[in-house]
Design a protein around this ligand. Sequence first.
Ligand SMILES: [Zn+2]
Length: 246
Amino acid sequence: MIKRVKLSKTNCWLLSLSNGYLLIDTGYEQDRAVFFKLLAKQGVKPEEIRFLFLTHHHDDHSGLINDLASIDPEIRLIMHAESVELLKGGVNTRDYGGVWCNKRMKKAAEFYRKINKSWGLSFQPYIIRENDIVLTEGDCDLENITGRKLRSVYSPGHTTDSISLLDEDMNLFCGDAASDFLRILGTSYTPPFITDLSQFYVTWQKIIDSGVKKLYPAHGNPFDISKIKKNINRLSPDKTGEFVWD
Ligand SMILES: [Zn+2]
C-alpha cells in the first residue's frame, strides 16, 4: 500500500518493506511539526523508516533529512552521486542555470517571493554518512538493498541530480521530474523550475519507453502516463522565463 504524507507543498510517499518503510522525500524544514503529526496519523513511527529515497537536493525535498537522521541514526539515505555535494551546500543550486517553465510562472513566482520573504531556497546542509547509498549509476536495481523489487531511474532535467523510484506495479515516484502543480499557469505537468528543458523531455521519453503506468509526483495528485504522452515537448525554450534570484 502506498501511503501519502501531504505537507504544505510536498508529497512524501511511504512504501512498505518487510521490515518497515521507505520514505520518498521530506518537505521544507518548516513542515517539521506537520510531518511528524501526519506520519503518526498514518500509523508510522519515524524509527520504522529504514530508507529515505531523496529524489533531488531541493529545499522542499530535503528539509527534514537531519531530523530523521538524528531520530534514527540507522536510517539510510538513497541519493544520486550528484546530490552529495549539493546537500553539503545547503542551497538549491544555480550552478547549472535554470528557468521558470513559462513567463506566467516567472511572474507568479516573483510576486510570491515578494510577499514571502522567508522563501530562501536553502536548507540545513547534510553531510552524508557511512551507511548512505550513493548511486553513481542513476538506474539501479534496489532489491538487494531494500528487499523489495524497486528500481531507481535517473531523471535529470529538473535538476542534474534527479532520480525517480519505480515499483513492481510500474508506478513511478518521480519527485519533480513531472508535476501536477499550478497547472492553471500553463505548466503542462512540468514543475515551475527547470534546469534543462530539452533534457527534461528526454527524461519524459525515457519514462514513456520504460512502460510506467502512473506517476506519483512530489507536488499535486498522482496521474496517468497518458498525461505525459500528451504533453511531452509542449513547452518550448523560447517561452520560458528568465530565473533571477538576487
Ligand atoms: Zn525541485
